[in-house]
Design a binder for this molecule. Structure first.
Ligand code: HEC
Ligand SMILES: [Cu+2]
Length: 318
């Protein structure tokens, strides 16, 4: 699944492209802290070496330095200046945090669901995709949740990051400012295939984005079941755990599955439509021997037509 992902363009020396309305402000803060750190490093370490050299013990000056008392003026200066600088940093950080925490009320809402090890994006018209497509120059609010463990959405070019937590919703927003293809990464270690938990991100012109949404909605209803099933296999990340070539992954392969006798914890079962349906909606009802019960239940996430499509697809994998 990874070969389709676009290479992230690294343009800057330190930081990735600036592709959202947040980028300039966040980079300004980052640069400020970096410059400040360099200046103080040079000042402090410079003073240290200067004094070491100046007051070193020599034959001409064999005495130890006398004990020093307080110097109020000096201490006041090195307290007041850093405190003021921290104040400036706090104000920059606070303003940036507020701007990033509260999405504009006209933002387009996209539901993001994380699961081991893929993302799915539900758009306002009901289309579900494994790619994040957003219009340029529009505020987009992502509403995140997770089906299993904590994951985290990271969009470096947009300078935004937010955890997706099971059992609750978190939100994040951004406004993309240029047409760009990039990659969304999971940045919370979530198990074996964590590093493959990537999704393509496309920023599009608004009219092209609308056209894409309409086309995607129409495609789902006009497609043949096995074709739709093949797409759902990618879209709902079945492929991270099930292969179609006979090799076992986290779960059993789909190749040659239909019609065979499967050994489960409840005894042997013949794989038919009813078994497949049950395995998709409620995977722990019968756990295949030799595998861990780690498949997330798809109850409530797949429409009947989509379950039929997945079954039709699995049937084609002889
Ligand atoms: C996190 C990994 C994971 C994901 C994602 C996943 N599965 Fe599974 N699946 C498993 C495991 C592990 C088993 C075997 C254990 C069990 O039966 O619960 C399994 C079992 C199955 C079975 C029974 C297979 C057999 O050999 O009898 C079917 C059918 C199935 N999954 C379909 C799907 C479909 C369809 C999807 C996507 C909509 C999906 N799975 C997503 C891990 C996963
Ligand atoms: Cu993850």
């Amino acid at each position: 699944m990874n070969e389709k992902l676009n290479q992230i363009a690294i343009d800057g020396f330190f930081l990735p492209r600036q592709s959202s309305s947040f980028a300039h402000e966040i980079d300004a803060g980052w640069n400020f802290v970096t410059v400040l750190s360099i200046v103080f490093f040079v000042l402090v370490v410079g003073a240290m070496f200067t004094f070491m050299w100046k007051y070193r013990r020599t034959p001409a000056n064999p005495q130890a330095t006398s004990t020093l008392a307080h110097h109020f003026g000096l201490e006041a200066v090195w307290t007041v200046i850093p405190t003021a600088l921290c104040g400036v940093l706090f104000i920059m950080g606070w303003k940036g945090y507020l701007a990033a925490a509260v999405a504009p009320s006209d933002a387009i809402e996209i539901q993001v669901t994380a699961q081991k090890w893929a993302w799915s994006f539900a758009y306002p018209n009901g289309v579900i995709s494994n790619e994040l497509r957003v219009p340029k120059d529009k505020s987009v609010k992502l509403i995140l949740s997770s089906k299993d463990v904590i994951h985290s959405v990271y969009l470096p070019e947009f300078r935004v990051k937010q955890d997706a937590v099971p059992g609750t919703y978190t939100t994040m927003w951004f406004r993309a400012t240029e047409i760009v293809n990039t990659v969304l990464q999971c940045t919370e270690y979530c198990g074996q295939s964590h590093s493959n938990m990537l999704s393509n991100v496309f920023v599009m012109e608004l009219d092209r984005w609308n056209a894409w949404l309409e086309k995607a909605a129409a495609a789902d209803t006009s497609m043949k079941p096995e074709q739709l099933g093949e797409q759902l296999y990618t879209r709902f990340a079945c492929l991270t755990c099930h292969s179609t070539d006979g090799s076992p992954r986290v779960g059993p392969t789909f190749k040659g599955l239909f019609g065979k006798m499967e050994a489960c914890n409840t005894g042997a079962v013949k794989v038919d439509e009813a078994y497949l349906r049950e395995s998709i909606l409620n995977p722990t009802a019968k756990v295949v021997t030799g595998f861990q019960p780690v498949m997330p239940p798809f109850q409530g996430q797949l429409k009947d037509r989509e379950i039929d499509a997945l079954i039709a697809y699995i049937k084609t994998l002889k």
